[in-house]
Write a protein that binds this ligand. Structure first.
Ligand code: BES
Ligand code: ZN
Length: 451
């Protein structure tokens, strides 16, 4: 039995302990839990045998660092993951509580199981196994684990930008993406960027009786609806002037590879999405729409009366949470300006509408011909016994762009989530056989890189 096989139960218990910490980065009440999660990760790095394991303090949630640099002449890998998680609501839809990890059918259910505590743990355990069995690693490694990924990753961005020498590496390995299908080794070579913010709309200077004033008073919630419908038409085409000018379409080669992916659209719609129809601009294929086209989505609308029963009011103000996903070569700053201009143009009479950005990240593309990517494809193919596929993902991992810009290194997006992992949703889970395989795959990758 290998070290990895012998220690499966211990790995699982460790991951459960990690998952019990409700490290919700967006919730100011969870500051202590965020710190506990960071300290847990630092402790794991130390026990795995890494040097300099500890927290890096700064503005916002702590970063966790550790390294092992005992392989002179060999490449240095910068491992990245995040210990923060999304809020668990709506709580009543969880079959077992989000912070009480529970196994059902080979899956471990908990908030963060797949995104990204389970995947971060894969990286730590892969390195632990090599260090405990051989006393050394085939390459040099640094770990940089952050606690703000789900809220835009400002601290890590500032650190990477200001201290590039502390993170000197030849490539980053990011374990925070999904495989295209179970048992299908996958590398992600493109991520969307994002602009997230609030559309704040103000009408009258106080709430009004909807009978007495309805018919003349402006309604901010109605205004939000009108603005949203003007910004994206019924076919899902975004109507923001200039917005798509910089979009680079996928190459013929990439499109052809996507067309060969094993995919059943009906099953995707019924099982993975659970809706009666798919939407979006019909002039683009499904994979283009989720991987290579920008989006505009509304996440929530606040305003007026939403309690039990009825209240006849025209609210004075309302707010919508919005985001735009961006693809190469769109730029967050430019997209914000374009959105603001479009909002001003379509804003109805009688209300003031203002977009306030909360966070942003650039899109990223990785060259699949890069030697670090090729070595990853080979290692994954060995461990999974199948050819590795290259996909993109519609999600965002802000730091990937910063690794490229500030450290000049490519990111190998080697993730082990599955399409039905319910990221950001109730009943998030991690497929345990894939978790264990992921650990071995990362270890194998380091061996391939070490030569
Ligand atoms: N791990 C996800 C991103 C992801 C999901 C990549 C699935 C590939 C496949 C990440 O933790 C995430 O959700 N990021 C946020 C970032 C944002 C809030 C800046 C996202 O994409 O919404
Ligand atoms: Zn994540």
């Amino acid at each position: 039995m290998t070290y990895y096989e012998e220690n499966r139960d211990r790995f699982l218990e460790g991951l459960k302990t990690f998952l019990r910490i409700p490290s919700i980065s967006t919730d100011p009440e969870r500051k202590d839990d965020i710190r506990r999660a960071a300290e847990f990760v630092a402790g794991e790095l130390r026990e795995a045998g890494l040097d300099h394991a500890g927290l890096i303090e700064g503005q916002g949630h702590p970063l966790v660092y550790g390294d092992w640099l005992g392989a002179p002449g060999k490449p240095t890998i910068l491992f990245y993951g995040h210990y923060d998680v999304q809020p668990p609501d709506p709580l009543e839809e969880w079959k077992s509580p989000p912070f009480e990890p529970t196994i059902r059918d080979n899956n471990l259910y908990a908030r963060g199981a797949s995104d990204d505590k389970g995947q971060t743990y894969i990286l730590i355990k892969a390195v632990e196994g090599l260090l405990k069995t051989r006393g050394r690693l085939p390459v040099n490694v640094r770990f940089l684990i952050e606690g703000e990924e789900e809220v835009g990753g400002e601290h890590v961005e500032a650190y990477v930008a200001s201290k590039p020498a502390n993170l000197k590496a030849d490539a980053a390995v990011v374990c925070d993406t999904e495989m295209f299908a179970p048992d299908l080794p996958t590398l992600c070579v493109g991520l969307r960027g994002i602009v997230y913010g609030e559309l704040r709309v103000e009408g009258a200077d106080h709430d009004l009786h909807s009978g007495v004033y309805g018919g003349v008073a402006p309604n901010p919630i109605q205004a939000i609806a009108e603005i949203l419908c003007a910004l994206k038409d019924r076919d899902g085409r975004i109507q923001i002037p200039g917005f798509t000018d910089r979009v680079i379409p996928p190459s013929e080669k990439e499109s052809a590879a996507w067309a060969r992916l094993p995919f059943d659209e009906r099953e995707y719609r019924e099982k993975e999405i659970g809706a009666s129809d798919l939407v979006g601009d019909p002039s683009h294929t499904l994979f283009e729409r989720v991987w290579a086209r920008p989006t505009l989505e509304v996440h929530g609308i606040r305003g007026g009366f939403v309690g039990e029963g009825a209240k006849t009011v025209i609210p004075a103000r309302a707010l919508a949470k919005l985001s735009m996903r961006l693809v190469a070569d769109q730029r967050p700053e430019e997209a914000i300006e374009q959105l603001k201009a479009a909002v001003a143009r379509v804003c109805p009479r009688g209300v003031k509408a203002e977009f306030k950005s909360i966070h942003g990240a650039a899109p990223s593309l990785v060259d699949p011909e890069n030697p670090f990517i090729r070595a990853a494809a080979a290692a994954l193919a060995k461990v999974f016994g199948r050819e590795t596929v290259y996909i993109r993902s519609g999600g965002s991992i802000p730091i990937v762009g910063s690794f490229d810009r500030h450290l000049g290194i490519p990111s190998v997006l080697m993730g082990f989530g599955l399409p039905d992992d319910n990221l950001h949703a109730p009943n998030e889970k991690f497929h345990l056989p894939t978790f264990f395989r992921g650990i071995e795959a990362v270890a194998r990758y380091l061996d391939v890189l070490g030569g």
